[in-house]
Design a protein around this ligand. Structure first.
Ligand code: 13P
Length: 256
């Protein structure tokens, strides 16, 4: 039996009101009732409330792609955790590699956001993962341990209680070159072992989801890995039939 399975759509900077309406309609049409509670859709901020309202009664939850590390103040263009909660948001993706590389977010800033998200009642989805050079140099575990330790140092030994971790190897994001099920399993097991040294109870139940070129074609094999509890899906989450097929792939592992 799998841990709590989560299949998360990260729409990144895609979508429009009309597109979202069509997406939700088609998703609801194709979705088995028991699958809905395992799905999270993360739209751009401006569509959060609209999406939340159109999902009322379906069981599908919404998440944000980022938030600010301060509770309020003079931060032009930023969005606070409490505002996300206010419009129905339940999850927040933090430390995505695109924010680390394009926006210069470092481990400490991500850790500050992580703690604030939890204090605000959001479930953080902490992204960790190595780039191609780091993997080639044999540094995968070193990098991931550093990213996890920053959160443990800032938010304490029990930081990961009630949280989600996403393993997203940078080289697999948007490349069509997914980690193999074995590569994903090895890193997920490492993440769980590392968290377990600090908080064995949290580690035992914490969903660790995989992201990086997840497609309908590879979802089932990834889902069969004992420490892969779900997926964080980029490109394929923009196509309802693909997102449904990926969700079904992971749900079939729940049943087992
Ligand atoms: P792709 O599924 O497009 O590779 O993106 C993965 C990702 O970055 C999800 O957060």
């Amino acid at each position: 039996m799998k841990r709590n399975v989560l299949v998360v759509a990260n729409w990144k900077m895609h979508g429009q009101l009309s597109w979202i309406e069509k997406f939700v309609k088609e998703l609801n049409r194709g979705l088995a009732l028991e699958t809905a509670e395992h799905l999270v859709l993360c739209p751009p901020f401006v569509y959060m409330e609209h999406l939340y309202r159109s999902l009322i009664g379906t069981g599908i939850r919404v998440g944000a792609q980022n938030m600010h590390g301060t509770s309020q103040g003079a931060f032009t263009g930023e969005v606070a955790a409490s505002m996300l909660v206010d419009v129905g948001c339940k999850f927040v993706i933090l430390g995505h590699s695109e924010r680390r590389t394009q926006c210069g977010e470092d481990d400490r800033q991500v850790a500050i956001k992580f703690e604030l998200a939890k204090q605000s009642g959001l479930t953080p989805i902490l992204c960790v993962g190595e780039n191609a050079e780091e993997r080639a140099a044999g540094l995968t575990e070193v990098v991931i341990q550093r990213q996890l330790d920053a959160v443990l140092l800032h938010a304490g030994q029990e930081a990961f209680s009630g949280a989600v971790i996403a393993y997203e190897p940078v080289w697999a994001i948007g490349t069509g070159n997914s980690a193999t099920p074995e590569q994903a399993q090895a890193v997920h097991a490492f993440v769980r072992r590392h968290v377990s040294r600090h908080d064995p109870d949290a580690a035992a139940v914490m969903p660790i989801v995989y992201g990086g070129s997840v497609k309908a074609a590879n979802a089932r094999l990834l889902a069969e890995q004992s420490d892969v509890d779900g997926a964080l899906v980029g490109g394929a989450s923009l196509v309802v039939s693909d997102f449904l097929a990926i969700s079904e792939g992971f749900m079939s592992a729940v049943a087992r």
